[in-house]
Design a protein around this ligand. Structure first.
Ligand code: UDP
Ligand code: MG
Length: 326
C-alpha cells in the first residue's frame, strides 16, 4: 500500500456543548473524504482538547470517542485559554502523526479548506496558514478591531500572517522544533513564522458560529493583542528610548531659548534655571529608562531560551518526510 501522511485534526473546546454535536460529524466526514481522495492515511484522527469546560463538553467528547475510534480527546485540568489548549493538542499529536491541522470547534473555519492545506503540504509546505479572505459575516466593529490588531502587531515588529488566526496545518517535523520554544507566554500565530521552514497560505471564507457564544469579547481580544506584542517583540522599549532622545533634543532647544530670553532680559528671576532643569532632567530620565529597558528587553528574550538556529536539511541526509518509506 502506498504511504500516506497521518493527519490529526486538533480542536480546542471550551464550553461548547451547543456546537460540538453539530461540528464533530463534520470533522469526521472531512477526515473520511480526505482519506477517500487518497490524500491521508486511514490512521488519521480527530483530537478534541477540552479546555476546562464547565458544561457537558468533556462528557460529549468521551461519548464521541466511545462511538468511533477516530475521535480522541484530552482534557486540561482547568481552563488555560485557547492558545494553551491548541498547544496541548499539538504537543500530544506530534509524535503520533505526520501533520496536524488546528481548527476552532464552532464551525467558523471552513473545513473544506483542509483539502488545499493537505495539497500544499504534499507539494512541500511544512506550515500552511489558513487566511480569511473575507470578513463579511463579522460585524463592522469586529472586522475593524481585528484588522487593526494585525496592523498594530506588524508595526510593533511581531511577524504575523495578515488575517490568519489559528486555523493552520503544521507538520510534525516543525512541531518537533517548535517544542524547543519553551516560553510560557505563547502567541502561536506569531511563533510559527519564527520556526521557519517552507510555508504557504490557503484562503477561506470565515462563517458565523453555528451555535453557542463567542468566548472572545473585546476585552479578551485586547488582552490577546497585548500579549502578542509583548511576547514577540521588545519594540515598545525601543520606542521609549527613541522618545527619550526626542525629548532630550527638544529640551535642549527649549533650554537654549530660555537662556536667550534671559540674556535679552525678557524673563523674571528663576524662570530660566527652572526651565533648564526641568527640560534636561526630563530627557535624561527618559533616556536612562530606555537604556535600562534595553537590558530588561534582552534579559526577557534570553529568558525564553529560544533555539538559536534550526537546521532544516543536510546534504548527507534525505529530507525528513518519515511517512514516505525512504
Ligand atoms: N476556546 C478554548 N478556551 C478558551 C476560549 C475558547 O479552548 O478559553 C476555544 C473555543 O472552544 C473555540 C475556539 O477556542 O473552539 C475559538 O473560540 P471562540 O469561537 O469563542 O472565539 P471567536 O471565534 O469568537 O474569536
Ligand atoms: Mg469562533
Amino acid at each position: 500500500m502506498e504511504a500516506k501522511p497521518i493527519l490529526w485534526i486538533v480542536i480546542p473546546c471550551y464550553n461548547e456543548e451547543a456546537v460540538l454535536p453539530i461540528t464533530a460529524p463534520m470533522f469526521l466526514q472531512k477526515l473520511e473524504d480526505l482519506g477517500k481522495a487518497g490524500k491521508i492515511s486511514p490512521q488519521s484522527r480527530v483530537l478534541f482538547v477540552n479546555d476546562g469546560s464547565r458544561d457537558r463538553t468533556w462528557a460529549i467528547i468521551r461519548e464521541l470517542a466511545e462511538k468511533d475510534e477516530r475521535f480522541l480527546g484530552i482534557s486540561q485540568s482547568r481552563n488555560r485559554g485557547h492558545q494553551n489548549a491548541v498547544l496541548a493538542g499539538l504537543m500530544e499529536a506530534r509524535d503520533k502523526c505526520d501533520i496536524t491541522i488546528s481548527i476552532d470547534c464552532d464551525g467558523q473555519d471552513d473545513v473544506n479548506a483542509m483539502d488545499a492545506m493537505v495539497d500544499a503540504y504534499l507539494a512541500g509546505s511544512e506550515v500552511v496558514y489558513g487566511v480569511r479572505s473575507k470578513r463579511e459575516t463579522d460585524t463592522w466593529f469586529k472586522r475593524f478591531t481585528a484588522e487593526s490588531f494585525y496592523k498594530l502587531l506588524a508595526a510593533m515588529g511581531a511577524e504575523v500572517v495578515f488575517n490568519h488566526a489559528d486555523y493552520r496545518l503544521v507538520s510534525s517535523l516543525v512541531l518537533n522544533h517548535f517544542a524547543d520554544y519553551e516560553e510560557v507566554n505563547i502567541f502561536l500565530r506569531g511563533m510559527f513564522p519564527l520556526v521557519g521552514f517552507p510555508s504557504s497560505s490557503v484562503y477561506y471564507d470565515r462563517a458565523e458560529r453555528l451555535a453557542g457564544e463567542s468566548h472572545y469579547p473585546l476585552k479578551k481580544m485586547l488582552a490577546l493583542a497585548f500579549n502578542g506584542i509583548t511576547s514577540l517583540s521588545v519594540k515598545p522599549i525601543s520606542l521609549i528610548t527613541g522618545l527619550g532622545a526626542a525629548v532630550s533634543l527638544l529640551g535642549l532647544v527649549i533650554a537654549i531659548w530660555a537662556i536667550v530670553e534671559a540674556i535679552l532680559g525678557n524673563t523674571v528671576a528663576g524662570w530660566t534655571s527652572t526651565i533648564c532643569v526641568v527640560c534636561l532632567l526630563g530627557g535624561i530620565q527618559l533616556i536612562s529608562l530606555g537604556i535600562i529597558g534595553q537590558y530588561v528587553g534582552k534579559t526577557y528574550l534570553e529568558s525564553k531560551h529560544r533555539p538559536r538556529y534550526i537546521i532544516s536539511e543536510r546534504t548527507w541526509e534525505k529530507p525528513e518526510r518519515h511517512w514516505i518509506e525512504q
